[in-house]
Design a protein around this ligand. Structure first.
Ligand code: ADP
Ligand code: GN1
Ligand code: MG
Length: 362
């Protein structure tokens, strides 16, 4: 599809009744985000319809989850403006607008006086990120997850992700497989970890919960002044899942001493201080609700979720970079390499991590 002309983009702004224009904002890998500056501010997003095949059902999910959070917050007598995302309807009353070129747009009120951070010097942020996740779980505890559409089927089905990687290696569409043999071998050598969480969920020792499924640091908002947790955003993948997905995925991103796409892998290590702060926050806010098996699998979940993301980046590199936005040549390969370096480092720390969890939880 062609990009929108200025006039067509204006039609999108008009559809939501926005008077100001939009400027690119944030650094997510999936959607295109714009800030509509003014008073009040708004966030406008082009939904990536290659990733989210049914934008209308996706927005129905977001509507029901955010309305539920708002209602529960009201019942608890707390302030609602910053408790979750608040969707802006189009002037026709729809949750989403389809532009002239077929792309889908949605809008939210800007959550004011918050920071969305990629990295933080102060460990308080990592503790508070866990509290934000804990609040999200406790508030959605009574939510009927069966009403949600699975926006990306098998999103954290690590075994299926592994099969997808094998298919990409076999197809070798771009002729890139020969040049990434070391990365492919690293991935293939770890097939045994792909079923750990899934098996535990199947046997019931790890319960199914309403999970966020994309707990990247920059999807959590903190109060700019107090650094207190405000809310989780990027609710596109809220689906039934496991606490271990959100726990492991958070550490994948936040406990990386380097960047997700660092070229210098010596900068990429697992930061045990971040692990400790975040884990303390999880145990303080959710510890009493976690099962023995969940506690036991917390360390390996960090390795599994990092591995899963690594094989997704590698698969996308092999497939010709069709899923994640890239900003330079071999960007997905660089990302896969950082994830695998991190997996290797987490593997070395598994015993230390489990000892910490056991001693802090008792
Ligand atoms: P993506 O799916 O591409 O990651 P996000 O929904 O996470 O898109 O948005 C990208 C970034 O924009 C977020 O990390 C956050 O910094 C910012 N953002 C998104 N929505 C809001 C909002 N309602 N209020 C404030 N900031 C927001
Ligand atoms: C994507 O949308 P964003 O940038 O928050 C991806 C996550 C990955 C992450 C890797 C819907 O998250 O699953 O872990 O990139 N989101 C989707 O940085 O695929
Ligand atoms: Mg995001």
């Amino acid at each position: 599809m062609s990009a929108l002309s200025e006039k067509e983009f204006k039609a999108v702004l008009d559809a939501f009744g926005f008077k100001a224009s939009g400027k690119p904002f944030g650094n997510g890998h999936i959607n295109d985000t714009f800030i509509i500056d003014g008073t009040p501010k708004y966030v406008l997003q082009k939904i990536n319809k290659d990733v989210f095949k049914n934008p209308v059902a996706l927005m129905d999910n977001v509507a029901s989850v955010t309305e539920y959070i708002t209602e529960r917050t009201k019942e608890m007598g707390k302030d609602t403006p910053r408790c979750t995302l608040h969707m802006c309807k189009t002037t026709d009353g729809a949750n989403v607008f389809q532009a002239a070129n077929g792309e889908y747009y949605r809008a939210y009120q800007f959550v004011d006086d918050c920071d969305s951070v990629d990295k933080a010097d102060d460990l308080k942020y990592y503790y508070n990120a866990a509290v934000a996740i804990g609040n999200f779980y406790s508030i959605l505890d009574g939510f009927d997850a069966s009403t949600l559409t699975e926006t990306i089927p098998n999103f954290h089905h690590t075994k299926k992700r592994f099969e997808n990687l094998k298919a990409a290696i076999a197809a070798d569409k771009m002729g890139r497989a020969a040049s990434v043999q070391a990365e492919i071998q690293f991935a293939l050598d770890r097939e045994n970890i792909t079923s750990i969480i899934l098996d535990a969920m199947q046997e019931g020792s790890v319960p199914v919960r309403v999970t966020h499924n994309d707990t990247k640091m920059n999807n959590i908002l903190f109060d700019s002044e107090t650094k207190e947790p405000v809310c989780l955003i990027d609710l596109d993948t809220v689906m039934p899942g496991s606490f271990l997905y959100d726990y492991g995925d958070f550490l994948r991103f936040a406990a990386n001493t380097g960047e997700e796409d660092d070229i210098d892998l010596s900068l990429v290590n697992f930061d045990l201080k971040v692990f400790e702060a975040f884990t303390k926050g999880c145990l303080d806010s959710m510890g009493s609700t976690l099962t023995e098996k969940e506690l036991l699998l917390m360390p390996i979940s960090a390795a599994i979720m990092t591995y899963e993301c690594g094989i997704r980046f590698l698969e996308d590199h092999l497939n010709g970079d069709t899923y994640f936005k890239i900003h330079r040549e071999n960007h997905n390969l660089d990302r896969a390499r950082t994830q695998f370096k991190l997996v290797a480092d987490i593997e070395k720390n598994l015993d230390t991590m489990l000892s910490f969890i056991k001693s802090y939880h008792n």
